[in-house]
Design a protein around this ligand. Structure first.
Ligand SMILES: Cc1cc2nc3c(=O)[nH]c(=O)nc-3n(C[C@H](O)[C@H](O)[C@H](O)COP(=O)(O)OP(=O)(O)OC[C@H]3O[C@@H](n4cnc5c(N)ncnc54)[C@H](O)[C@@H]3O)c2cc1C
Length: 370
């Protein structure tokens, strides 16, 4: 088996032309938003998402019949890395574009694809993902939220936590137990498309250290989901969710969350050569993961390793910049201001999308040493 394949990727000239177009668009946006770190988590700006959608830069993995551009994983990589590097406000459409849309493409019914994918590609329909629970983050198979079969659909009850953007999203994808837990821990799970607002669903903020309202506690109390909004097969939720997590873990946002602060610091001070070299090596590895996705492979080991290395690097960038800049949230200068916000976001870097310990477990298992 081909367990470790990070063949270097050379981008075709038309992808560099695409990069130029994204840079020109970002330059034309001058002044409409402030570049910040971690904008794929914190920068919710529906109008920016719509402007991107108009250019065909959301849903690049979707076929044209569902409103996408079918441009492929490498083209999407180029667009997303430019948006992240610029610190653009991409959070509103991020989850829909990265994982919910591809999940619908893979497991959704024709009706669901037609209902959701064009709106995602236009940058108008946003998604949130309800996996984690108060006692369940890393050990996802132990979710307690339960879905009970009723006439015409399912009733769902349980509590989700850390649900990014649920207060603003149009649809929440809920992982729930559809059958009692047995020794086959991964059996009996299902995914449900909960269109918001929904009777029986209460969404409350959990504030970040910065005070920002990014994620939530979501309580589902007998919320009704019709059969037409079951995603895939009840019982196959584990297989579906692990395929979704591969999309969630494999992108350049796992190395570039703090790039805007690095770019600004390196423009003003010397001494960042080692950090920039490390970033470039990780970027080439992340690009290689995109190359494998483009080739139709499922590079679980490579993506997990790059995410582990990448998210630790995101924190290392802040340590390096703090050697020369004092974080100051109230500064008029964008560099200390950006740095202060990034430092307060940094505890989440190695947690979100699966902690580094869990990722190392994935690598060990695939390599057969666990
Ligand atoms: C910014 C941010 C956004 C998020 N957004 C979402 C979202 O939109 N939707 C969603 O569902 N969740 C979201 N999460 C939750 C995230 O996925 C979980 O925090 C993460 O999976 C860890 O789960 P936990 O917090 O329950 O920690 P726990 O699972 O309790 O882990 C605590 C510690 O124990 C370690 N640990 C646990 N099990 C093992 C093991 N088997 N071996 C070794 N070490 C282990 C972990 O690595 C960690 O260090 C978000 C989190 C953050 C920080």
């Amino acid at each position: 088996m081909d367990l470790w394949n990070l063949e270097p990727v050379t981008l075709a000239p038309e992808l560099e032309t695409l990069r130029g177009a994204v840079r020109a668009f970002l330059a034309s946006e001058n002044g409409r938003w402030e570049p910040r770190c971690d904008q794929w988590i914190g920068g919710w700006d529906a109008s920016f998402s719509r402007r991107l959608g108009k250019r065909g830069w959301i849903g690049m993995a979707f076929p044209a019949q569902y409103g996408g551009s079918a441009a492929g994983a490498l083209a999407r990589f180029v667009v997303t890395e430019e948006l992240l590097a610029a610190g653009a406000p991409v959070a509103a459409h991020w989850i829909a574009d990265r994982q919910s849309g591809p999940g619908l493409l893979r497991f959704g019914t024709e009706e669901q694809k037609n209902a959701y994918l064009p709106g995602i590609a236009r940058g108008e329909h946003f998604f949130a993902v309800g996996l984690s629970e108060p006692d369940t983050g890393s050990d996802l198979a132990s979710v307690r939220t339960r879905a009970t079969r009723v006439d015409g659909g399912w009733r769902i009850s349980g509590t989700k936590v850390w649900t990014s953007g649920a207060h603003l999203a149009h649809t929440l994808v809920v992982l729930a137990r559809t059958a009692p837990r047995t020794d086959a821990r991964h059996a009996g799970l299902g995914q449900f498309l909960v269109d918001l607002p929904c009777a029986g669903v209460t969404i409350r903020p959990i504030r970040l250290l910065t005070g920002e309202h990014h994620f939530n506690e979501v309580v589902l109390d007998d919320a009704f989901v019709p059969d037409a909004r079951v995603l895939g097969e009840p019982g196959s939720g584990w297989h579906q969710v692990t395929s979704e997590l591969a999309m969630e873990r494999s992108g350049p946002e796992r190395i570039l969350s703090t790039f805007p602060v690095l770019a600004e610091a390196a423009a003003r001070y010397t001494g960042f050569g080692a950090v920039v070299a490390r970033m470039w090596a990780l970027r080439q590895m992340s690009l290689a993961v995109a190359g494998r996705l483009e080739a139709g492979a499922a590079p679980a080991v490579e993506a997990a390793a790059v995410k582990d290395l990448g998210t630790r690097f995101e924190g290392a960038v802040l340590d390096a910049v703090r050697q020369v800049v004092e974080p100051d949230p109230g500064s008029d200068d964008p560099l200390p201001r950006m740095l202060a916000e990034a430092v307060l976001h940094s505890p989440g870097f190695t947690l979100r999308g699966g902690t580094n310990e869990i990722l190392r477990g994935v690598v060990a298992k695939e390599l057969g040493v666990r």
